[in-house]
Design a protein around this ligand. Sequence first.
Ligand code: DGL
Length: 269
Amino acid sequence: MKSAAIGVFDSGIGGLTVVKELAALMPHEKIIYFGDTARAPYGSRPPAQIIDFMNQFLRFFAKQEVKMAVVACNTMTALGLEAARSMYSYPLVGMTTGVRTALEATKTKNIGVIATQAAVASGKHGKMLKELDDAARFYPQACPDFVPLIEQGILSGSVLEAAAKEYLIPLVKAKVDALILGCTHYPLISPLIQQIMGKTVTLVNPAGETARAAYRELNKRDLLASTGEGSIKIGFSGDSVMARDLSQNIIRGCKSEFIKAELEEYAII
Ligand code: DGL
């Protein structure tokens, strides 16, 4: 049904960086966003638990009768998306890796990716890079402190800067000239990342590519909404005052409202 909503989800506020691109590209769509702020971060959790949480989201969205779900989380995409595809009756779109874009941008063939521990451990970006260009050198870096800080609304300041320098200076030293932001939270601190990496380094944010992939999938199935006003409904599982303020900033200019949302009831015990 063209008039059904698109479900979008992440562990917290990060996935709203993808919602922003989806809403810009498909202004007539109804979007329901769910951020599991009560249990973020996911990136330091065991893979089986991350996959379990992803399926809770997908059962929630099945109940909402969405026409598609966008996994606005690199970690869940890397660990569980392929296996989940056959389990749900609606199409799923995950985060694109950004590897092709990074290969287009690089001159040194030194490509970095910053992501959560679980996403780095999955090896997904490195495998894809090797497949596309065997001569490229790959520098993965887990950044476990970023998501907890960003979820607290810390987008600048000395604590974040110290963590960022620890993660990024080795990539500067390796002469990385294209850096993939492999977590949907990281575009929220891209000015700081750019400042440390230097202005000649291309930061690749896969959110735009992911939104275009979602568009193509809906178009292929003749499910694009082409009339009517779009809307964004946002639910958070945790104490949401901070998350609400941050989300208003991320999707500034878009019409949105907050809904109450629980995820645990979609757990299979
Ligand atoms: N934003 C998510 C991602 O893109 C995960 C953040 C987390 O909860 O660790 O990987």
